[in-house]
Design a protein. Sequence first.
Length: 495
Amino acid sequence: MERLWNLLFLWYSQSMAKEPENKEIRVRFAPSPTGLFHLGSGRTALFNWVHARKHGGKFILRIEDTDKERSKLEFEQGIYDALRWMGLNWDEGPDIGGEFGPYRQSERTHIYREYLEKLIKTNWAYYCYCSKEELDEEREAMIAQGLPPKYSGHCSHLTEAPVGKTPQLIRFRTPDTRVEFKDVIRGTVSFDSSLFGDLPIAKDLDTPLYNFAVVVDDELMHITHVIRGEDHLSNTPKQILFQKALGFREVAYAHLPLILAADRSKLSKRYAETSLFEYKKQGYLPEAMVNFLILLGWHPKDDKEIFTLPELTEVFELSRVQKAGAIFNEEKLLWINGEHIKIADPKMISEFLIEKTTELYGKKFDFDFAKIFELGKGRAKTLNELVDVSGFFFDLPEYPWGLLTWKDETSESIKEKLLLSKEALLAIPDELWSYEKISEVINLLAERHGKGLIFSPLRVALTGLKASPEPIAVAEILKKTEAVKRIDHALKKIP
RNA sequence: GGCGCCAUCGUCUAGUGGUAGGACAGGUGGUUCUCAUCCACCAAACAGGGGUUCAAUUCCCCUUGGCGCUACCA
């Protein structure tokens, strides 16, 4: 009987296997709206997106909300927000529709039902009446005997419902076979399906389970490449079995290595800060996030490390993805963020700074924010740091007068030099106020009295800080009135 | 426990059957009015054991270790 069954399966699957067609690449990103958008999800989405764009294919967004209890609309909104923030646009999805919708699994129950019925009709699936308690018992007994725990097949030969029992779930009649598939990243992977037992595919006709729903959707949405985390590698043979039983087309698989925490454990859910928007809040640029995430498990042919999204769609190759898990290294992310700040669009950053400082200080500043950014970009690795290091422009920090000194100079000497600087600045007509002009007059003083003696007190007077960008550039941005005002303030401090 | 996947500097990684390269982080110098940037240099790895081979980090096997799955979650 068993053998006959396997033979039948083999014949069936082979007869239904279709010729590989040379057609458009279609990938999907299929998150569950059951929590805050996770870094790992972001990376999976990114790899899918880049692969699709590289080959001129389609990127489809599907919301897997079959778990009614845990799925929440706010989390679904979080998925859209996160993808948009990263710059990953989708061609089909719940919000924009598409040829193969609906794209929310909760709206597709009638479709799953159809295939569930088909499987039951063809005897590929059957109702299981075992209660959860019975199953647990059975399971523990098997483990106690040192056997691999799997469903016994207790209900598989039933022709009608046992009296007084209601169906608990629908099971797939797993054939005993070797399931082998090619993974783009890992090569050939194979499993022995006899270890699976008869797999649950739905709680009832209207409540499909993950492994089953995925297979139906991927077929109906014409997905050609399934790119997902390695945690799904063990699900793949099960899904292939369903696929074959339903006569569906084969898809190409690529299982990405997992992102690991510093202790090499799975990164997910363990830490709150694995939420993507946590990084946005901390001042990370989406470009940097994307750049960092792509480098976690992928590397170009050369040693280039800083990429933009459009560049990635040129050079990315799925086959160059790493097999081993990668530790999420915040320090490298920070560095990459700094690099992206250096090449960021000054207009974009200026707008951010204007908004942020208005909010922070409660008023609008008439500064050239692009120049503020220019001075800050080498000093800040995040947007938040950029705001911090530019703070003295908006609010002069309080400082002790001693900060104004230089080496062993007397207070009289410092006072005198500050006065010289003030007069030099005052002498510049407003319409000639520029970096070049300020540089000219201040450097003249510096040549005469020594650089440190001129620059150091001037810096502290203008910024209130011992360490800061060059005073000339600061003075230029501050403009004459404010610069002179700050020097006067310094002069008053000196006893 | 069973099944599966994986293994190069601390971290991300390149690489090849014949000097193990880059990046982050670390260290030391240089540039500079300070800080930062920038530049130069230094230190740092093929998990272990067997095979195959003239030769193994590379190919094969074993061990060890890590991770994943083993749900009426996805």
